[in-house]
Design a protein around this ligand. Structure first.
Ligand SMILES: *Cc1c(COP(=O)(O)O)cnc(C)c1O
Length: 220
């Protein structure tokens, strides 16, 4: 089941890349396994999946302890990064997509591990979304450029949820333009419902949960 869904998502990426005249290999599929059991990560790994996204430091720490060694697997932190969790996040993850303050960047750098990072940008005015304003990218980038352990890869965003994937396009386009302005190569954007739009607009990393692992059921 998970293997078939991964194949279907890869096919969607390939078709969108083809439409945009891009190489599908330039798009990293991150399988978002938040709230899902370690067994699902293992099933995806056995199907050839190597990049995984998790949102919560504590949840991932518990699951990582249940997993065998998975050579070549990379775990991406895509959830809100609280600065007091920056050190454990740096230790557990291979890449952080959600750096949105100098304070958490300083703590990530102090963990002493070389770490690729993305700056999370908020392009809508929804109260619930994290990320910083486009105008605040420059000072955070300046800090990151001087942080010896952090390698700034690009920008990440999450548009307001909409059933219409076209609704995400202006946000993806703005993220691409902002990344170009700052000469940053990578764009982390696109989820289960709008990954084609994201790939067409230049995504290098798409973060896909539901389309691979099924609906998430939150329990209290
Ligand atoms: C949960 C989550 C995703 C995956 O969303 P789906 O709609 O399930 O594909 C992607 N990015 C972030 C930041 C998330 O929190």
């Amino acid at each position: 089941m998970i293997a078939e869904r991964i194949a279907a998502v890869r096919e969607r990426i390939a078709r969108a890349a083809e439409r945009a005249g891009r190489d599908p290999a330039a798009v990293t599929l991150i399988a978002v396994s938040k709230i899902k059991p370690a067994a699902d990560i293992l099933a995806a790994y056995e199907a050839g999946q190597r990049d995984f996204g998790e949102n919560y430091v504590q949840e991932f720490r518990a699951k990582a302890a249940e997993l065998p060694a998975l050579p070549g697997a990379r775990f991406h932190m895509i959830g809100k990064l609280q600065s007091n969790k920056a050190k454990p996040a740096a230790e557990l993850f291979h890449c952080i997509h959600t750096v949105d303050s100098v304070k958490s960047a300083r703590r990530l750098n102090a963990a002493g591990k070389r770490l690729p990072v993305f700056i999370e940008v908020k392009l809508s005015d929804e109260e619930s979304k994290s990320g910083l304003d486009a105008a605040a990218v420059a000072p955070l980038k300046e800090f990151l450029d001087g942080a010896p352990n952090l390698i700034l890869k690009g920008l990440m965003t999450m548009p307001p949820w909409s059933p219409d994937p076209e609704a995400s396009r202006p946000f993806f386009r703005r993220l691409r333009e902002l990344a170009e302005l700052h000469a940053l190569p990578d764009l982390s954007m696109g989820m289960s419902n709008d990954l084609e739009t994201a790939v067409e607009e230049g995504a290098t990393h798409v973060r896909v949960g539901t389309a691979i692992f099924g609906k998430r059921v939150y329990s209290r």
